[in-house]
Design a protein around this ligand. Structure first.
Ligand SMILES: C[S@@+](CC[C@H](N)C(=O)[O-])C[C@H]1O[C@@H](n2cnc3c(N)ncnc32)[C@H](O)[C@@H]1O
Length: 255
């Protein structure tokens, strides 16, 4: 069994697929809500920096950390090749060091759900709140368990970069609503010029219903929900947070 985050090239190709709307959204949000000419952004669990690199190129001052050393090395090499700078460090989402105060923090694509224990998730939100400047924005994107709606059990997509093709098959193998654990299986089918390989990874994420999300957010009243969006990341189309939502992008502002 593998950990797919240990293969940063494949992760990066796979997750860079279809990220245009997410990126445009983040750029617009942080420009809209910050009055700094070069807003300072932090990406907890930044992985390979698929979002961070284009944000730096757009003029943001970016920092990020992760617990995966392969991903951090890959990101540093990418930054060096492009001759651009970011503050990259090894740290844990639960209780990371705060080097400076940020205008914005973003944590999308279910990364927050890697924190399996309620106290760890709560501590993350408290640390993130402390890391934000007054009126700073936290963009939190995660899947919720929708009420009365079928959950897609398998998602597949194929992404290409140069001669590399990565087919990703992500399947939910178990959902335990009482223990609040979703078990996911990710299969990466890799094709290069003359080689085919498959890597399989199994891991767990914490689950959230709307009620459970609202409950944990109540622990950090300084972070106020100012808007919510769905998986289309359409800034002109905010939605109301309701129990039918399956992916929510929540805009929290520090008061
Ligand atoms: C879905 S990836 C997201 C990477 C990046 N943020 C992105 O949007 O592409 C989740 C990342 O969380 C990292 N991670 C998981 N638990 C962590 C923790 N407790 N502290 C820091 N990073 C963590 C993994 O190493 C992985 O890089």
């Amino acid at each position: 069994m593998h950990n797919w985050y240990d293969f940063p090239t494949y992760y990066d190709v796979s997750f860079s697929y279809d990220m245009r709307d997410e990126l445009v959204f983040l750029k617009k949000i942080f420009k809209k809500y910050s009055n700094s000419p070069k807003p300072k952004l932090l990406e907890p669990a930044c992985g390979t920096g698929r979002l961070m690199i284009p944000l730096i190129q757009e003029g943001f001052d970016c920092s990020g950390f992760d617990l995966n050393k392969n991903a951090l090395l890959y990101l540093k090499q990418k930054l060096n090749r492009r001759k651009i700078h970011a503050n990259i460090f090894y740290d844990n989402m639960i209780n990371f060091r705060i080097h400076k105060k940020y205008d914005g923090i973003y944590c999308t694509v279910d990364t927050f759900r890697h924190l399996l224990k309620e106290n760890d998730a709560k501590q993350h939100l408290i640390t993130a709140k402390n890391a934000l400047k007054k009126h700073g924005i936290y963009v939190l994107g995660l899947h919720l368990i929708p009420k009365d709606k079928k959950i897609d059990k398998v998602t597949r997509w194929t992404a290409k970069r140069g001669r590399l093709t990565v087919k990703t098959i992500m399947s939910m193998v178990k959902l335990d609503k009482d223990k609040r654990r979703e078990t996911l299986r990710v299969e990466l089918k890799i094709k290069t010029n003359n080689q085919n390989n498959t890597f399989t990874s199994i891991y767990q994420l914490r689950t959230y219903t709307l009620f459970q999300l609202k409950k944990i957010l109540r622990n950090v009243p300084e972070l106020e929900i100012i808007n919510v969006y769905n998986e289309y990341y359409d800034l002109s189309n905010p939605i109301t947070l309701n129990s039918g939502i399956d992916y929510a992008v929540i805009l929290l502002r520090k008061n």
